[in-house]
Design a protein around this ligand. Structure first.
Ligand SMILES: [Fe+2]
Ligand SMILES: [Fe+2]
Length: 484
């Protein structure tokens, strides 16, 4: 840099803003090297970060050799520079001092055998060098910026001018502080994510039937998002949106914390029905036998009743555990419920009580309307709980996405009966992941796992009914996201 022109000054003034706008450390590091090289009009720049007591290469640029390595998530496979006093970069890092070298071939202070070997191999001529420690707000070194071969207006290599040192030093420190802040926020994010995962795993573990539900969904979701990036980039989310979405997945069922296990784990329509109903049926049989022994009814009549009681119990057993109650079973239950007997006190009663009949007649699933209401309230609870968490801006949709995971595109979901236009891509996807795992999980109490092909069929039929988003479902089914 000979003299700074207006554009360079403007750029320098904007650097602070640019640095704080960079959301990932790779592009931030790239930006620092670019700006520093521009300002000094030099040929090369290397950025090292202090990691485990050595300086590891992160960005490496030599314009005249066409070298541009590191950044964009790629690693530079070079051994890190040990913190030895004789190494100029290590020294700048240790002493926290900027070091300027006019010509490495004449300088006696440091061991420059490395650059010389490099020159021999490449035909390059390393001459002037400026090494700047990157100091964070506590004054600790977090890395080193090394610039090579400053040039004058004619393009001749010159020593780095003294008047650029202060500017570059302050630039390096701004960058260091920004990098440190990015690290802090990464640490906080990973703390938040791990706490959320522990919480959800604990909630899932309350019920053996649910033990892997959230974890499975997070895995399918993560795989699917990676697949989208590759195969449907127009649908892909940004890395931050992905984190936000997965956070919603992890938290979608936290409301289940408030749901009684007797409802959540209900495996049959009447749990433990055998006790009450079997005893009653035994009593009816005994009363019938007594009537026969007393000569009040003929033997055939007693035996017919006995036979019907046995068949009735079989029907009740089947109805009790059926995932879906067929017309035939329903008719069977209705018929049994109409049968009457006279108990020991001479009172006429039905074989089944009204509530037993109602419960056994549930068409789908094992829950009565009241129990279903309790079960469905878990999303309302999810919302209430998450509303109390002070999410940062990056996670501002988590509560909404998580609480809408039972809404359906045609408005037939719950609790708000939101319609398609109110449901975002993320909400539609979360619903699909939830249903997919519910269908394919092998540990649900109310039914066996459904083979995957059959699950696809069910999901597609839900698209036909207008409940799910067909486009997202087809992408998901293509992605094989459930594979390890
Ligand atoms: Fe749910
Ligand atoms: Fe769920």
């Amino acid at each position: 840099m000979s003299t700074m022109n207006t554009m360079e000054i403007e750029r320098l003034l904007n650097i602070g803003i640019e640095l704080s706008a960079n959301a990932d450390s790779d592009s931030l590091m790239r930006e620092i090297v670019d700006v520093a090289m521009d300002l000094t009009d030099c040929d090369g720049g290397t950025l090292y970060i202090l990691e485990d007591g050595a300086l590891s290469f992160h960005i490496m640029i030599t314009i005249s050799l066409g070298i541009d390595r590191g950044g964009h998530g790629q690693k530079i496979e070079l051994p890190p520079v040990e913190l030895r006093e004789t190494n100029v970069c290590a020294r700048a890092a240790m002493d926290k001092m900027l070091i300027s070298v006019a010509d490495v071939y004449e300088d006696q202070r440091f061991d420059f055998s490395g650059p010389r070997r490099y020159d021999e191999m490449t035909g390059y001529r390393t001459q002037s060098m400026l090494v700047i420690p990157m100091l964070d707000d506590k004054g600790d070194t977090i890395g080193v910026l090394q610039l090579l071969n400053a040039k004058d207006e004619k393009g001749n290599v010159t020593p780095f001018p003294k008047d650029c040192e202060q500017v570059i030093q302050s630039l390096a420190s701004q960058a260091a502080i920004r990098l440190t802040n990015l690290n802090y926020s990464r640490e906080i994010t990973s703390l938040l994510e791990s706490m959320v995962q522990v919480l959800s795993t604990a909630i899932d573990a309350r019920s053996p039937y649910n033990a892997n539900h959230t974890r499975n969904m997070a895995r399918y979701g993560k795989n699917f998002l990676a697949w989208l990036r590759k195969h449907a980039p127009d649908k892909a989310m940004t890395p931050q949106e992905e984190r936000e979405f997965l956070m919603a997945v992890w938290l979608h069922d936290v409301g289940k914390l408030g749901i009684a296990l007797s409802v959540m784990d209900k495996a049959s329509r009447i749990e433990g029905f055998e006790d009450a109903i079997c005893q009653r049926f035994e009593l009816i049989e005994l009363l019938s036998e007594i009537s026969y022994l007393r000569g009040e009814i003929p033997l055939e009549s007693y035996e017919k009743t006995k036979q019907e009681l046995h068949e009735g119990l079989e029907t009740i057993r089947s109805a009790n555990s059926a995932g879906f109650l067929s017309d035939e079973l329903l008719a069977g239950i209705q018929a049994i419920s109409r049968r009457k007997y006279v108990d020991r006190d001479g009172i006429t009663k039905n074989w089944l009580t009204a509530s037993e009949t109602e419960t056994l007649s549930i068409r789908k699933g094992t829950l009565t309307p009241k129990e279903r209401e309790i079960m469905e309230s878990h999303v309302v609870l999810t919302k209430k709980m998450l509303e109390r968490i002070r999410f940062s801006k990056e996670y501002s949709h988590v509560t909404q996405w998580a609480s809408n995971h039972h809404e359906l595109v045609n408005g037939s979901g719950y609790p708000q009966h939101l319609a398609g236009r109110d449901l975002s891509f993320q909400e539609r996807l979360l619903t699909i992941l939830d249903i997919f795992d519910a269908l394919t999980a092998s540990d649900r109490p109310y039914r066996k796992a459904i083979p995957r092909e059959k699950a696809f069929e069910i999901l597609r039929s839900m698209v036909k009914e207008g409940k799910l988003d067909g486009e997202i479902l087809e992408l998901y089914l293509q992605s094989n996201a459930w594979e390890e």
